[in-house]
Design a protein. Structure first.
Length: 205
């Protein structure tokens, strides 16, 4: 609308200028005319109107630029206002996503706690298995030591039995030898004297 007004003012200014020029030409042709003073006054008024029109035109241009800037700001504000519902929808979606993310974090934390418990149980079972294995190895070691010690005792006992049997046999041989010698002496004494001294030798064995 302001642009149309501006165009009309420019058209009026051009028409007035052209009319005044035509009138000036005709006035020059009629060197003497009774309307010369009136035309001069009219011409001066037209110039004043033209200057006033130019002033109004400049003000209209400035006003148009001002309202154009305001219109652009208003259009930009309107565009931003139109984006508000979408922004609110995005914000609501983001809020829902944050709530879901918080729930996921809580679920993940619970899973981590369960995993920690499982790790502790696995560590306990591993420790039990290690202790059981150590106990079995200890039992095997002690069993081998016991078997070795038993074998050593058996060998020592067998050796002691052999030694005892050998000692007993030696004593028996010595006793037998003693009796044989005593018998031989008795026989020799008996043959020489006809008398035996058996009671004197009974206390030695």
């Amino acid at each position: 609308m302001l642009e149309t007004l501006r165009e009309r003012l420019l058209s009026v200014q051009q028409d007035l200028t052209a009319g005044l020029k035509t009138l000036g030409d005709k006035s020059r042709e009629a060197k003497k005319s009774r309307y010369e003073d009136a035309w001069a006054a009219l011409h001066k008024g037209a110039k004043d109107c033209a200057k006033a029109g130019e002033l109004v035109d400049s003000e209209v241009v400035m006003l148009s630029a001002h309202w154009e800037k305001k219109r652009n700001s208003l259009v930009e504000l309107q565009d931003q206002l139109q984006q508000i519902p979408g922004f609110l929808a995005d914000l609501e979606c983001l809020t829902a996503s944050l709530a879901q993310l918080e729930a996921n974090f809580e679920e993940m934390e619970n899973h981590l706690l369960c995993l920690e418990d499982l790790c502790e149980q696995c560590e306990l079972e591993r420790y039990k298995c290690m202790q059981t294995l150590q106990l079995e190895n200890y039992k095997k070691t002690k069993r081998k030591e016991l078997e070795t010690f038993k074998a050593e005792l058996d060998a020592e006992h067998a050796q002691k039995v052999l030694d005892m049997e050998h000692t007993q046999q030696m004593k028996l041989k010595e006793r037998q030898k003693f009796f044989e010698e005593a018998f031989q002496q008795d026989m020799e004494q008996y043959l020489s004297t006809g008398y035996l001294q058996i009671a004197e030798r009974r206390g030695k064995f």
